[in-house]
Write a protein of this length. Structure first.
Length: 214
């Protein structure tokens, strides 16, 4: 049976790809301390990744999508009824394969189960809490953002210029590690409150200085 990786191990291995034991010096003590605070509360996520292998780019991104639910406050709180689910949506092509579904399978956030749903162009995007917008939808970004205007949906992507286009969180690759940037102006307009712990892990934060409480 294949060994499993915890969230902490997953993010640790991501940080160690193409690095040596001086990694904490290279990324700075501030980031290292923040990473320990954040990853300390992350549970087990990937059950089928061999321990001797490093996580793939999209395994790391999938783990982040799951954990964003824990470090962002929605204006209406968790799903309203006891049987409600947190919905992580994917617009366009699915670069995760089955990884995202495997990560959220059997997990709960604030007592509510999670569901991964791939949205078609004509479906209602307001029904999800986190929406990953694939690079295949670049030309549709204006219409997607227009549809979501005023909605409390956290938009995430890994395409260039996503924040400049109106997105909230953009994944970026830096020294073969997955990092992310946050536009808190966009999250604030959607009435979403991003934890300062998550902001302290971000590569860049636009719209506000790196200060404040949870």
């Amino acid at each position: 049976m294949s060994p499993t990786l915890s969230h902490t191990e997953l993010i640790r291995r991501n940080s160690e790809i193409q690095t040596d034991r001086r990694w904490s010096w290279r990324i700075g003590a501030r980031f290292a301390c923040a990473a320990l605070l954040l990853t300390a509360v992350w549970g087990r996520t990937i059950r089928s990744v061999r321990a001797e292998q490093g996580p793939t780019e999209y395994q790391v991104k999938a783990a982040y999508l799951f954990n964003f639910l824990k470090f962002v406050d929605w204006p209406d709180g968790p799903p309203a009824d006891a049987h409600g689910q947190w919905v992580i949506g994917i617009a366009g092509e699915n670069p995760f394969g089955d990884e995202l579904k495997q990560i959220v399978s059997g997990k709960t956030v604030q007592g509510h189960e999670l569901m991964v749903k791939r949205f078609q162009p004509d479906e209602d995007l307001h029904t999800c809490h986190v929406l990953f917008i694939s690079a295949s939808e670049r030309k549709r970004l204006p219409s997607i953002f227009a549809t979501l205007r005023g909605s409390a949906v956290l938009t995430v992507a890994d395409m260039d210029q996503f924040l400049e286009s109106g997105g909230m969180i953009q994944f970026v690759m830096e020294d073969k590690r997955v990092r992310f940037a946050v536009d808190v102006g966009a999250t604030s307009r959607a009435r979403l409150k991003v934890s300062s712990k998550l902001l302290s892990l971000a590569r860049t934060v636009t719209g506000v200085e790196r200060v404040g409480n949870n």
